[in-house]
Every structure is written in structure tokens, then in C-alpha cells.
Design a protein around this ligand. Structure first.
Ligand code: ADP
Ligand code: ZN
Length: 216
């Protein structure tokens, strides 16, 4: 199975992703994550990327498309994938379609999480991340057992540098202007699954997705 998952920042894409990839035995590919890894490496490219991400802006299509192409070309994507954070605009959506067509493949579903603005903002500014195992917490909704420390691996939790109110609002606006149009694009192709992203438990979000996949 090949999926993309989209939705405003903090609509729960990253949290629901592991349930989906486990169910369909596919790989989770997050472009945001890939960019953050490059930044962590401290390369010249990483420095460039940090500037862009810290403004809440989008990375160029050329760079992003190429990074995704290289990743999808790897053998471990043969069984399918869940692309999270890509495509972010119509051009990237068309790029993905052209890439898949060239390989004789196609996308099965585009999952779109829909969430209310006030919930999104709280999730964004309250988000804390474990840099070792990737688990997300939130100071308003899902606190770890011990303050500031990951339940799973005892690592100190950090706040992403783009999770401030100002940048959160910029990211939300960019989502509405650039990314939201891809919903219509996938709707016209008949593969859009709209899902409620306001739920507290990611597992419940996953159950909605599974139900909609099975109904198609
Ligand atoms: P969120 O969905 O919470 O905003 P992501 O982890 O998906 O965060 O992305 C973080 C940042 O990485 C984005 O704000 C953007 O700068 C960059 N980014 C991620 N995916 C793409 C993409 N497909 N095209 C351009 N920029 C991207
Ligand atoms: Zn951890």
C-alpha cells in the first residue's frame, strides 16, 4: 500500500503514522524528520535548512522532490510507504504522481487530517519531543510521568525550535495557502480519505483511517 498523509501542523500525522505503518507493513517517510536529521548533522545544507524551518517556510521543491525521489528509490520502499509531510503543494503532488507513474505504480490513498485551529496551536506550542526515540508529548495534553523526561528511554525532552506561537501561525497560514489545495487534487482522483484530527487518542484516529480504507 502507498499512502500520503497530510494535514495542518500538529494535526497528528506523526503520532498516527506508526499505527498505519505497522498495520500495512510499510515504511514511514517524514520529510520534516529528514530535514531535521540533516540539521542535526550540522552540514552546510543543514545550516541552510535550519534557517528555512525556523521561519516556518517551505524548503524548495527542487531539493525536497530530489530527496524524496532518492528515498523512494531504495529497496525498503518496495512494500509500500506512508509519506508524511510530502507533498506540501500541488507541484510536489504532481511530481510524486509522475515519479510513481514512471515506475508503473500509483498512490492508493491520500489521508487528510482535519483539526481545529485552537487545538492545533496548543498542540504546537505545548509539544515536547524525545530526540532519542522520537516519542511526542504535550505539556497540556499528554505529560510524561516525570516532567521533561521521556517515559520510554529516560532522555530529556526538547521543544522543536519551530514550535513557537509566531512560527506556528506562519506554518498554519502556509498550510492553508499552499498545502490545503492538494486535498481537492486527491479528491478529484477519488483517493482522498478525510479524517477527524481532533481526537485525543491517535489510536482512535487510526481506527477511522482503517475503517475508511476498508470501505473503499
Ligand atoms: P509539521 O507538519 O509539524 O509542520 P514537519 O515535520 O512535517 O512539521 O515539517 C517541518 C518543516 O520542514 C516544515 O515547516 C518545512 O519547513 C519543512 N518541510 C517538510 N516537508 C516539506 C515539503 N514536502 N516541502 C517543503 N518543505 C517541507
Ligand atoms: Zn524516548
Amino acid at each position: 500500500m502507498r499512502f500520503i498523509i497530510t494535514g495542518p501542523p500538529a494535526s497528528g500525522k506523526g503520532s498516527v503514522a506508526p499505527f498505519i505503518t505497522k498495520e500495512y507493513n510499510i515504511l514511514h517517510i517524514s520529510t520534516g524528520q529528514m530535514f531535521r536529521e540533516e540539521i542535526k548533522k550540522g552540514t552546510a545544507l543543514g545550516l541552510e535548512l535550519k534557517k528555512i524551518l525556523d521561519q516556518g517556510h517551505l524548503v524548495s521543491d527542487e531539493l525536497t522532490d530530489e530527496m524524496v525521489r532518492q528515498r523512494l528509490n531504495q529497496d525498503d520502499c518496495k512494500n509500500g510507504f506512508l509519506l508524511d509531510g510530502f507533498p506540501r503543494n500541488i507541484n510536489q503532488a504532481k511530481y510524486l504522481d509522475a515519479y510513481l507513474e514512471e515506475k508503473g505504480l500509483k498512490l492508493d490513498f491520500a489521508i487528510a487530517l482535519v483539526a481545529d485551529k485552537d487545538i492545533i496551536i496548543k498542540r504546537l506550542i505545548g509539544r515536547r519531543v524525545c530526540q532519542t526515540c522520537g516519542k511526542n508529548y504535550n505539556i497540556y495534553f499528554t505529560q510524561p510521568k516525570k516532567e521533561g523526561v521521556c517515559d520510554l528511554c529516560n532522555t530529556k525532552l526538547v521543544k522543536r525550535s519551530d514550535d513557537t506561537l509566531e512560527i506556528a501561525e506562519a506554518r498554519l497560514q502556509i498550510y492553508n495557502e499552499e498545502t490545503a489545495p492538494i486535498l481537492k487534487y486527491y479528491e478529484e482522483k477519488g483517493i482522498l480519505l478525510k479524517v477527524d484530527g481532533n481526537l485525543k487518542e491517535s489510536y482512535d484516529t487510526f481506527l477511522q483511517i482503517k475503517e475508511k480504507v476498508n470501505a473503499k
